[in-house]
Design a protein around this ligand. Sequence first.
Ligand code: ADP
Ligand code: ASP
Ligand code: MG
Length: 413
Amino acid sequence: MALYVQKYGGTSVGSLERIAAVAERVKLTRAQGHDVVVVVSAMSGETNRLLGMAQQLDPDATRREVDVLISTGEQVTIALLAIALNQCGCPAVSMTGDQVRIHTDSAHGKARITHIDTEPVRAQLAAGKVVVIAGFQGRDEHNAITTLGRGGSDTTAVAVAAAIGADECQIFTDVDGVYTTDPRIEPKARRLSTITFEEMLEMASLGAKVLQIRSVEFAGKYRVPLRVLSSFADGEGTLITYGGERMEAPLVSGIAFNRNEASLTILGVPDRPTVAAQILGPISDANIDVDMIVQNTLGDGSADFTFTVNRDDFRRARALLESTATELGASCVQGNESIAKVSIVGVGMWNHPGVARTMFRVLGEHGINMQLISTSEIKISVVVDEKYLELAVRSLHDAFALDREPQEQPMGG
Ligand code: ADP
Ligand code: ASP
Ligand code: MG
């Protein structure tokens, strides 16, 4: 007998029919003799709908109240799923993040889980119940409801799995595993039967939304056995593996992208030490994450400084940068909200300079201009105009022959 945490995302619980289908799947797992904790998302579209309402009343609504609002989506789903489970003869009980006692810090909208009390969940399991937990939400030390950032139910699931020592955390979604790239953009994308933790971490951090980045971090920290599978069809899905060298490490194993980015440039700042800290200080004080950073020294004692942020933070970041620009006597601030970041990922590419050359050549041949570039041992990212995103993903997928098994792929060069 095993203990499973099964997480079902928005599309998987998007209608009453889907919820009934999930109940059947959970019931089947129970019938095989396993204990099950289920974590659910809000029904698809619901979180956006709720956010839209807050936005209409006040684009700068306090984050505390926005969290109270958007956490309701998951509360609806836990109740509906528990009702469906009880109705089909599978005893179940729903629990909000607060009832489970998922403690978080107070960073509303992107709170981090600090601790989970396992007692309330264990007590229900011991009573023979399936426990249905609301994903995406927790509570902080002031008793306020917090949310974990978009896609945060993945993180709830992995954190709960770590806390209760589950045998496997199964992320059921609308694709049947992790692919070489988003199969909705590139139909030739190939499902991976396994992916290393390092690759998954990189893919998630670079925008592959199939798993929220923090869920992967959590899984790595506690070595949670983690699998991505389809809630619509049976199959093995993709297992995230830890440690151990891969026999056939391909140079490039996947392509990730992120549309939710925007860039900001401050032109003509004094070229002297501490200026970068002066520019980024207020941004980080405002809890805005900065991704890529590039500085160009112009040779006349001044420099241009560009960085990228989440598109949701663009307005706030721009306002902060404008006041820094005045303080520093900079010439102006420019913003671009229609960019996208495309990244190639692979643990095998760190000592193959030919990979970068292939990437740049392929983008160039398709007339795609690279606005920013950043590299690490296991990825190369470029920022391009958003309208070229799909073309970039598909042409790179082709160039690195990702539709083929690693043994058949050509070496980059
Ligand atoms: P859920 O609502 O179940 O959490 P998400 O929409 O958050 O589902 O994540 C699943 C989606 O992730 C897929 O529908 C797919 O479009 C997208 N995706 C992006 N990159 C990948 C990838 N490399 N492999 C599989 N799916 C991916
Ligand atoms: N409902 C939340 C969202 O849409 C959390 C999740 O689905 O994981 O981001
Ligand atoms: Mg998701």
